[in-house]
Write a protein that binds this ligand. Structure first.
Ligand SMILES: [Cu+2]
Length: 546
């Protein structure tokens, strides 16, 4: 039996044979690139930059609300979207749009989202940055199987389950391996699948922050997000509302993503299994990540936006599979410090931090205020990506209007109450190595992902120091609780490490220590690399809060 197929949804690795055969040239290529991943070029003529107006994702209305809870419904469906002008791109969407609809919720209120899956594949929804009980967190084998209308009859459902069966088979046939086999069997028992739909409950016990929701299906998160399964989930609270920050039309969620398109407008992606059903991962040359040559903001290629001479709040999210950006405005305003960071992954910072440029890794969010009144009327200000080249060096453009406007907004010197976690209170220190293994693909502590195999069992209510170190470039993401960066390479945290975070970017050979307190919800959660090709090729681990 073909070993890759046999592993199925287990995604335990792309096969050992493939890695062995390509180990030397692939390793050389991985190490020489400043940016992880390999560029996949489009086969269409790319549109000129700054022609399309910046779209804003629709804001979803609850289907009903009561005293404590807002109820939402989203149908996951195939849609033919006009992403490149004049072409149609078959996409997998939340509710028919890319990005999916924005959920705008209040802290302290419960949010219940019923997802119906009419896609041709199973799906899993993870609220990234959500402080969520384990059964609603989107554990990667908690599949929503497609409705009958999603696949062609129930054949798709059966195909989807083939991977699960493969895991069971592996447990049976390779039982001689001992623990490994047992763990696969245990994994099957863990899977909480549903048919057609699933209801996720988010208690809302967290502060205002820019979160996002996205597909998290084991082995297939890369193709799922690439095809369109991501959207914003904004949490608002009273503390933030009391601040004079830009709001309304001047508070803009901006989802950055890179893609590549085929001649007919369809998305290109170097999947081993183009149906995204049985064999996870990408072809060997792309195993360090897939980069596209088209930069999208909120689903539009290199868009433009007319802005007033006023402050704007830009909620930047890097929703790319693997691409890292260094964002900078061109021209810079006189005096620099154009990008005033007010928040990160986990909400407002204690105090603003001014940057000339910010580096944003996959899944990270930077909440920035830009004051366009610092530019003369009529200035065209480009948002540049200094890690890109040619077309990927530009992201979007802001055209500063000349009409006189009022701007009552301000960035206060103190933004929010901020509790600093105390390293002396840490119950223990754990170390996690993010490395490529010759035999097992991408691993954490030498182990490819197996559901049900916990690499850590922190106690509920305790604080721990988690130390991450890397071979190559890996953005490391923790579910359940936000963390604080304690050190980077045994020194002070870096310029982009401020505040509460859920994703921390590690460069080749770096080591980062974070402080995390495990709160409110026991159960199995994920620790993983958010380079989606790494993630799909097994760079994930469970941790179980007890
Ligand atoms: Cu990685």
């Amino acid at each position: 039996m073909n070993r890759r197929r046999f592993l199925g949804i287990g995604a335990a690795a792309v096969g050992a044979g493939a890695l062995g055969a390509f180990a030397v040239p692939a390793a050389a290529r991985l190490l020489t690139e400043g940016q992880p991943g390999l560029l996949l070029s489009s086969a269409v003529e790319l549109p000129e930059a700054f022609q399309v107006p910046l779209p804003l994702p629709p804001v979803l209305r609850p289907v009903r609300s009561d005293g404590s809870t807002d109820y939402y419904e989203i149908t996951q469906q195939v849609a033919r979207l006009e992403i490149l002008p004049g072409l149609r791109t078959e996409s997998w969407t939340y509710g028919g749009s890319y990005p999916g609809p924005t959920l705008a919720v209040r802290a302290g209120r419960e949010t219940v989202v019923r997802h119906r899956n009419e896609l041709p594949v199973p799906s899993v929804v993870h609220l990234h940055g959500g402080h969520t009980p384990a059964d609603s967190d989107g554990y990667p084998i908690d599949l929503i199987l497609p409705t009958a209308s999603g696949g062609s009859g129930d054949a798709k459902g059966h195909a989807a389950m083939a991977g699960m069966a493969g895991m069971a088979g592996r447990a049976g046939m390779e039982g001689m391996e001992g623990m490994e086999g047992m763990e696969h069997g245990a994994a099957l028992a863990l899977a909480r699948t549903t048919n057609g739909d699933r209801t996720y409950t988010y208690p809302g016990r967290q502060r205002a922050a820019t979160l996002w929701y996205h597909d998290h299906r084991m082995g297939f998160t890369g193709p799922g997000i690439w095809r369109g399964l991501s959207g914003f989930h904004l949490v608002h609270d009273d503390e933030e509302d009391a601040l004079p920050l830009p709001r309304g039309d001047r508070d803009l969620p901006l989802m950055l993503a890179d893609r590549a398109f085929a001649e007919d407008g369809s998305l290109r992606y170097p999947a081993i299994d183009p149906a995204a059903l049985t064999v996870p991962g990408v072809t060997d040359e792309y195993m360090n990540g897939v980069l596209g040559d088209v930069l999208l903001v909120n689903g539009a290629p290199w868009p433009r936006l007319d802005v007033d001479r006023a402050r704007y709040r830009l909620r930047l999210l890097n929703a790319s599979n693997a691409r890292l950006y260094r964002l900078e405005l061109d021209p810079q305003p006189a005096g620099g410090d154009a990008l005033v960071q007010i928040g990160g992954d986990g909400g407002l910072l204690e105090a603003p931090v001014a940057h000339d440029a910010v580096e944003i890794a996959p899944a990270e969010r930077f909440d920035l205020v830009v004051d366009f009144s610092r530019y003369p009327p009529g200035t065209s200000v480009r948002l540049m990506n200094r890690l890109g080249s040619e077309r990927t060096a530009e992201v979007m453009r802001f055209d500063v209007s000349s009409r006189p406007v009022q701007d009552d907004s301000a960035v206060p010197e103190r933004l929010a109450a901020f509790e600093r976690l105390d390293p002396a209170a840490a119950a223990t220190t754990r170390t996690f190595g993010f490395r490529r293994s010759r035999n097992d693909g991408w691993t954490i502590n030498g182990r490819p992902y197996v559901p049900g195999r916990a690499l850590a069992r922190p106690a509920l209510g305790t604080t721990e120091i988690w130390r991450f170190f890397t071979d190559l470039h890996h953005p490391v993401h923790l579910h359940l609780d936000h963390f604080q960066v304690l050190s980077r390479n045994r020194r002070e945290p870096g310029p982009y490490d401020a505040g509460w975070k859920d994703t921390v970017d590690l460069r080749p050979t770096e080591a980062v220590e974070v402080l995390v307190r495990f709160t409110d919800y026991p159960g199995a959660y994920m620790l993983h690399c958010h380079n989606l090709e790494h993630e799909d090729m097994a760079m994930m681990a469970d941790f179980v809060v007890e």
